[in-house]
Write a protein that binds this ligand. Structure first.
Ligand code: FES
Length: 131
């Protein structure tokens, strides 16, 4: 019921890790200031190009096709960008080595940060009807 994104310890604040979501769309995983994952769609809301993975000094990722910058925290495009809609975020879960869910995007993790380092990030697999 889950799709693996990668180890939490390998996520980075400035360089996203690409993965493919449950509808075969590209998405990016970053580490937020709180050490938790930020998962955001990488399919530009303008015409669908794949957004680049490097975060600039303003906390934005660039769609190079027609130059839209998206804030990775809010998903919002920059004012005046060709893209008008924000990039949506994806829900995530954290699992420990035994496969137990120890954290979710919707609630604070149940284990200390030191134990989260060994966890793996997943997205819950959903059908189109539920999405
Ligand atoms: Fe991204 Fe046009 S497709 S700015």
């Amino acid at each position: 019921a889950y799709i693996a994104v990668g180890p939490l310890a390998q996520l980075d604040a400035k360089k996203g890790r690409y993965f493919i979501d449950y509808e075969m769309r590209p998405a990016l995983a970053f580490k937020g200031d709180d050490g938790m994952p930020i998962l955001i769609s990488a399919k530009c809301t303008h015409l669908g190009c794949t957004v680049a993975s490097e975060v600039n000094d303003q906390g934005q990722i660039l769609c190079p096709c027609h130059v839209s910058y998206f804030d990775i925290r809010t998903g919002a495009p920059n004012p005046g960008a060709p893209a008008k809609a924000p990039l949506p975020h994806l829900d995530w879960v954290l699992m420990d080595a035994a496969g137990a869910v120890v954290g979710r995007s919707t609630e604070p993790p149940a284990v200390p940060a030191s134990e989260l380092a060994a966890c793996t990030v997943y997205i819950p697999k959903r059908t189109t009807e539920e999405a």
